[in-house]
Design a protein around this ligand. Structure first.
Ligand code: CA
Length: 305
């Protein structure tokens, strides 16, 4: 994500911890790892650049997607991640979708935070493919639809498997709840946090974040190009990056889908201080009403031409 100062210290530990048994809460309704593994929909299995998760199988594959747990905390965000059917689910019969969709959804849950150094009044979902599907180079795409509420922070991104930011981060889509735009970013040593390469994509008149859109990054050894619905809006070459620091994009990355709330990036845009940093009461009300969510129709990684 765009600003990740806390991750400097916590990323390696948190992410490594996230590789196995990270969800210590695991309520009975946990949607991932709660039953026999279905036939994995990605084909073929990891290691090569070819991945297709359509979310059509009726169950989220625990072979591929790992949930983040409540110990994880970065960017001063307002939620605790939990693996529950309220925060991570599949939904069918969604208008405009091709079969099932993944739903990541924040929930009002005061008094349930298990971390003593944080008071998260919300729970939400975050899943990743680290260790199950990591890849280097390719075109990563996801078809996503989100509701619009100030201070939310859903995202689709790729993260390197080593120390942040040295092993790189490719933010394909971040939405902080401001109608009309999303942003993309690249982070590495010498260009991270507030100094990342980033750009906003402003939707053409009449189009909204709350419509279905395809967010993509074409990642090669010489450049990374971001597009929305095939409209390229941000291209960074290796040479441009290397004027700020080492090119962090020749090593494997994994896929992350998450729904954060508040924290540094939304706060930096909206300046809201109350009732939560970066999150106004209107959005809290929307979360309580179950209206804030990100729907993901599919995620695909295809080889470069
Ligand atoms: Ca689908």
């Amino acid at each position: 994500m765009r600003i990740r100062r806390l991750l400097l210290a916590g990323a390696a530990i948190a992410l490594l911890a996230g590789c196995g048994g990270e969800d210590t809460s695991s309520p009975p309704s946990a949607p991932i790892g709660s039953g026999p593994a279905p036939t994995p929909s990605p084909s073929p299995k990891p290691t090569t650049v070819a991945f297709a998760e359509e979310f059509n199988a009726g169950q989220i594959s625990s072979d591929i997607w790992k949930p983040e747990g409540p110990d994880f905390w970065v960017n001063n965000e307002l939620q605790a991640y939990v693996n529950s059917a309220d925060t991570i689910a599949l939904r069918s019969n969604v208008a405009g979708a091709d079969g099932g969709v993944l739903v990541l959804k924040p929930k009002w849950a005061p008094g349930q935070d298990t971390r003593s150094d944080r008071r998260a009044d919300f729970q939400s979902g975050r899943i990743h493919t680290r260790g199950a599907y990591d890849f280097t180079y390719g075109r990563a795409q996801a078809r996503i639809k989100m509701t619009e509420f100030t201070g939310v922070w859903p995202a689709f991104w790729l993260l390197g498997n080593g120390t942040w930011p040295a092993t790189g981060e490719i933010d394909i889509m971040e939405f902080v709840g401001e109608p009309g735009w999303i942003s993309a970013a690249l982070h590495g040593s010498g260009y991270s946090g507030a100094n990342a390469f980033s750009r906003r994509y402003n939707f053409p008149s009449g189009l909204r974040v709350s419509d279905w859109h395809i967010y993509s990054a074409e990642w090669s050894s010489t450049a990374i190009t971001f597009a929305v619905d095939g409209n390229e809006y941000f291209r960074i070459t290796r040479g441009e990056v290397e004027r700020s620091g080492p090119w962090a994009f020749d090593t494997p990355k994994h896929i992350i889908l998450n729904y954060a709330l508040g924290g540094d990036y939304p706060f930096g845009v909206n300046g809201v201080l109350a009732p939560y940093r970066g999150l106004p009461q209107s959005t809290v009300d929307a979360i309580k009403a179950g209206e804030a969510e990100m729907l993901v129709d599919w995620v695909r990684v295809t080889p470069l031409p």
